[in-house]
Structures are given as C-alpha cells and as structure tokens.
Design a protein around this ligand. Structure first.
Ligand SMILES: [Zn+2]
Length: 482
C-alpha cells in the first residue's frame, strides 16, 4: 500500500502522488501572533508536524519543504478589529512588539511540544509588495474592483467559488455574515485590500491609497512564492475551510489560471464536553498554563491518540490516561536500553525478532499510510511493547536483538511520532554513570602508566560497546557518549 490522504477538495481518500516526483511541498496556515498559544494551536501544529515527519520518512528529510506563515497583519476579527492592533492595545505596546513577543512564545511552546520548525516561516508584513502584485493581477483580469480605497474580490466572477467548502454563491447571500458594506457588489465579496482608518498604525502605500491587505491574500502569495503553483499540500484548521481557504483558491486560480493546491488537509478542533473551545468562552487553555500541570510530551501524546480529522475532546481524565499510556511505552523502551547497557549477551540478531520487527514496521506504516492514522499506529507500538516485555522477562536477548528493537522505537516512535526522546533510559543511572566512567578511566590511566596496554585497551573497547567513546590525547583521555 502507499500513502492515501483524505482530500477535502474531492471529499475522498486519494493516493498521494506529488506533483514533482520525489519532492513534496506543503503549506500550513500559521498562527496570528497576537496572543498566547492555546491547546487548539497544539492540536493543529502537532498534527501537521507528524504529517510532515511522515512525508520526510517516505521522501527523505531534504525532499519535503514545509512552509508555515506568521500572520502579523490584516487578520480582522468579527468585531471589525485588527487582531494585532487589539493585542497592542491590550499589552500597551507597539503592534510589531506584540508580533515579536507572541512569535517567540509560539515557537517556544511548539519546541516544548517537540514540533519541528518549518523550513520557512514567512511573515505577511514582509510580503506586502507581492500581495499588491496579486491584487493588481486580479483587477486587470476583471475578478476584483476598487471602491474608495478598498479592493474587493468579486465572487460572482469566479464560477468555481465554493468548490472547497461546497457552498454555492446563490446561497452565500444568507450564509455569510452580512456586513453593512454598501460598497460590495455581492455580500460574499471579500477584501483584497483595506483602506486604513486614520488611527490604523499598520499601513502601507498602494495604488489604491494607504491601507493593508486582506487576510486571505497573504496565504495565496506566500504559499506559491516558496512552493510554486500548483503545489502539493495545503493544510489548516477545519474552521478555516470557508471563507479563508475557499478565498485563497479563488484568488490564486483566477489570477493565474493554474490550479492552486492539489491536496487539502484539514485538522479538526479541540472540544470540551463536545463544545468547541473558544478564547471568548473562557475555556481556551493557554499552553503556558497547561504546561504547569502536564508535561508537554504528554499533551503531544494525548493529541496523537486521536485522528487529526476527529475532534479532540479535552478533559483531565483523558489526559491522565494518556500520561499512564506514555509511561507504559517509555518503561518498555527504558528496559530495552538499560538491558543493552548491562546484561546483553553476544550473538546474532534473533531470527524471530528480525521478523517481528519487520512485521511491526509494516503494520505501523500501513496505519500511517491510511491518512496518517496516528491512533492505530500507536496501538501497534503498544502491541510490540507487550512482546518486548515478555522477551525481557523470559531470558537474555542478544545485544544485536536489543539494538534492533531500540532501532525500531527510534524509527517509528521518535523519528515519525516524536514521542520517544533519546533521553528515555538515560535518566536512571545517569547520576552513577559519570563517576563510574571517570573511575574506570583513572584505573585505565594507572594501567597505561604501568605499561599494561592490553588491559587498558580492553577497558576502552568495553566502554565503546556501552556507547562511551574514549579518546586519548596529549593531555590525557577524554570521553563522550556515542
Ligand atoms: Zn492561511
């Protein structure tokens, strides 16, 4: 089997085939950096982190280009307020200071969740020129109109408008929030460029006067600038399917008559007792608060325990269950690693285990190939761990067998899922390990001074087998972990 993904655009699971063989471009809508990150961000970016990690597993680390923007201008709230300016007023600082503050805290929180950073994190405010170019192109092609310093996209000029979300223009009349904006030709028309009110600080000159771009424009521009048009995967939250993503498609395809993105992947939201979580409802948990009670890795594991397209119901009981589940997995890994360092026997890789490892990998990959089903892939790791525990309880496996088991944990559990850090198994004995190594090296130096080189070499070689590399230099010996 090969990778199948659920494509929102076609409403079915499809075989994933990159546009350019062997290379994948993926764009995911990033955060609007005007406030602290919350659990909704965690679900979205942990989900896409594993999607990107899995694509890299298939296509190679350097053949997947991951672009995720930072919205620092133009994201307007339903109340008509600019989010960044709202944050600036709240924190009593300059808008760009707000952007810096929350960009940093966003990356810090994502680092804690072990989310790998995107290859490119372009900012909307750094791509104003390109956004103006796109708007000019849409005006020239009759898909947009300018009124009094504003430019609007005309949804009626695009027969495809609605293809992602399934909304029909005729029905949009009622579906969209009716703004009292008499300048629009159709209520669903949206801003490409907004005229800046006198008090609006974030503003740029344009052919239509001073203003700033509409939110949807930045994603059309920054995705294709770095990935080309068309590109492979556009991801984002389900709540942004309409109007944000629908409008991105309309802008890019009407401007250049070229398809925009081939696959649309949408992750679902976080709920609490079945209700959508909202900052305004007071139940949007900020990650900094959550991290005080729960290890970030437990939150990551909890998120991956359900499918990215399913809603994640957030409650303390489920989190506690995730914590003990992760601990069970880590206990298995720790036991393997400790055994490798202590009582493994010589000998080859056990045939039955070689087979079991291959089967486990195949099962895990089959689950991930099924639209990145992390929940069932994790179940495969648990099943494997049960057998590993039986093995360790019943005998003395060879070092090669243990290394192969550990290798599989690293490959599936860490490289793809990011839930088994190298530090697992290095924690116990760490306090004892260092003085013991130092003691052995002192004894070894004494042997060398006494010209007992064969014994000294044996200590060095035995340490190497345990992963401790000893290097002799003019100023004595130093050591490091392999
Ligand atoms: Zn976007």
């Amino acid at each position: 089997m090969a990778l199948q993904v659920y494509n929102t655009l076609t409403r079915k699971k499809e075989l994933f085939e990159p546009i350019h063989q062997g290379r994948v471009g993926i764009y995911v809508c990033g955060p609007t950096v005007y406030g602290p990150t919350h659990i909704g961000h965690a679900k979205s970016y942990v989900s896409f982190d594993v999607i990107v990690r899995y694509l890299r597993y298939i296509y190679g680390e350097r053949n997947v280009l991951y672009v995720q923007n930072l919205t620092d201008v133009g994201h307007i709230l339903d109340s008509g307020e600019d989010r960044v300016l709202k944050g600036a007023r709240r924190d009593r600082v300059q808008p760009m200071e707000v952007v810096e503050r929350y960009t940093r805290s966003y990356f810090q929180d994502m680092d804690a969740l072990r989310v790998q950073r995107p290859n490119i994190s372009p900012r909307a405010s750094a791509h104003i020129i390109e956004q103006i170019e796109l708007i000019k192109q849409l005006l020239a092609r009759g898909h947009a109109y300018a009124v009094d310093g504003n430019v609007y996209f005309s949804v009626q000029s695009d027969p495809d408008y609605g293809k992602l979300s399934g909304q029909k223009i005729a029905m949009l009349q009622d579906a969209v929030r009716i703004e009292a904006d008499p300048k629009k030709r159709h209520p669903a028309d949206f801003h490409l460029w907004r005229k800046a009110a006198p008090e609006h600080i974030l503003r740029w000159p344009s052919p239509w006067g001073e203003g700033y771009p509409g939110w949807h424009v930045e994603c059309s521009v920054m995705s294709t600038k770095y990935l080309g048009q068309p590109f492979d995967i556009h991801g984002g939250g389900l709540e942004n399917r309409f109007p944000h993503h629908e409008s991105e498609i309309a802008q890019s395809e009407c401007a250049y008559d070229v398809p925009f993105a081939k696959y649309w992947l949408h992750n679902n939201m976080v709920t609490q007792r079945g209700e959508e979580m909202h900052r305004s409802a007071g139940n949007a948990f900020d990650l900094q608060d959550l991290f005080k009670q729960h290890e970030p890795l437990v939150i990551r594991f909890f998120i991956l325990g359900s499918h990215y397209r399913s809603p994640l119901d957030f409650d303390e009981e489920a989190l506690a269950a995730a914590k003990s589940g992760l601990e069970r997995l880590h206990t298995g890994v720790r036991a393997v690693r400790n055994r490798m360092a202590s009582s493994a026997r010589d000998g080859g890789l056990d045939d039955a285990w070689e087979q079991k490892i291959a089967q486990t990998r195949a099962k895990f990959v089959a689950e991930m190939d099924d639209d990145f089903n992390t929940a069932t892939a994790i179940a495969v790791l648990f099943e494997f761990t049960k057998d590993v525990n039986t093995l360790l309880a019943g005998g003395t496996p060879s070092l090669l067998t243990l290394q192969a088991i550990d290798g599989l944990y690293r490959e599936l559990g860490e490289q793809i899922l990011g839930i088994i850090p190298d530090s697992v198994g290095q924690d116990e004995g760490a306090g004892l390990g260092k003085p013991l190594v130092e003691m052995l090296l002192t004894a070894r130096q004494d042997l060398r001074n006494a010209k007992q080189y064969a014994l000294a070499d044996r200590i060095r070689d035995d340490l190497a087998k345990l992963g401790v590399i000893v290097e002799d230099g003019p100023n004595g010996s130093t050591w490091r972990l392999a």
